[in-house]
Design a protein around this ligand. Sequence first.
Ligand code: G1P
Length: 288
Amino acid sequence: MTAVRKAVLPVAGLGTRVLPGTKTTPKELLNVVDRPILSYIVEEAREAGIEHIVFVTGRSKGAIEDYFDHQVELEAQLEAKGKTDVLEAVRRDLPKAGEMSFTRQMAPLGLGHAVWCARDIVGNEPFAVLLPDVIVDSAPGALAQLMRAYDLVGGNIIGVEEVPASETHKYGIIDPERTEGRMSAMKGMVEKPAQGTAPSNMSIAGRYILQPEIFDILESQPRGAGGEIQLTDAMATLMGSQRFTAYQYEGITHDCGDKIGLLKANVALALKRPDLGDAARAALQGLI
Ligand code: G1P
């Protein structure tokens, strides 16, 4: 089975649910506790064995590329002042030379189109997709869990989680055939089904392992839900010729593209931190 070495992170989204903060700051760089959302996503990818990350960026997202490079003056200052802890934190996400690529999605045509923009950099090998709106709090990380499933059954793996029936219209929803433990064989999937028509309450949660044939399908994928080129529609087509397995990962999902989701992520992850948990708890109790 071919190893999954590369991950695609679509980071061109405008962050409309958390404006105006995202007017000049990419939503992926908003802090959760004391580091950007992207820092958690990149950590999850690396933990799962990913060697190369492809960012699909867009206009006004240049700060993302800068975040993953040295800030020479800042680092020199911190070094001169002996602030080694902070220096280490500033450097923790830096790639080794050549470990990251950046390409631009030049028009907001949807997630499927964003993934397709990475085709040349990914090439002819399986790859992961991580949606950076979603931080999954779990050990091992969600992608590492999907990798284990991939090692067992190969093909395409979709991370899923249960959502209330009233929420299914906001997500891609799978149609499971047989479920064994956390894995389900699938017979279909649909992007943002109209209320009351969802085939299940298992949502596509933002972590995927895909085979490169998806790119050929995406190339001529017509627009779907919301007038956008949908990854879910292309996956549904690929399912006609390849195996798809849904994997219900273990962990708590935080939708950081949403005001309350972002707040919840900050609170939950601060409370868990050995160095900040007690102070965070005291501060929150003081408020409530
Ligand atoms: C995207 C996907 C959808 C998935 C969701 C998870 O939708 O198209 O299948 O369920 O992410 O967050 P979006 O949230 O970009 O509309």
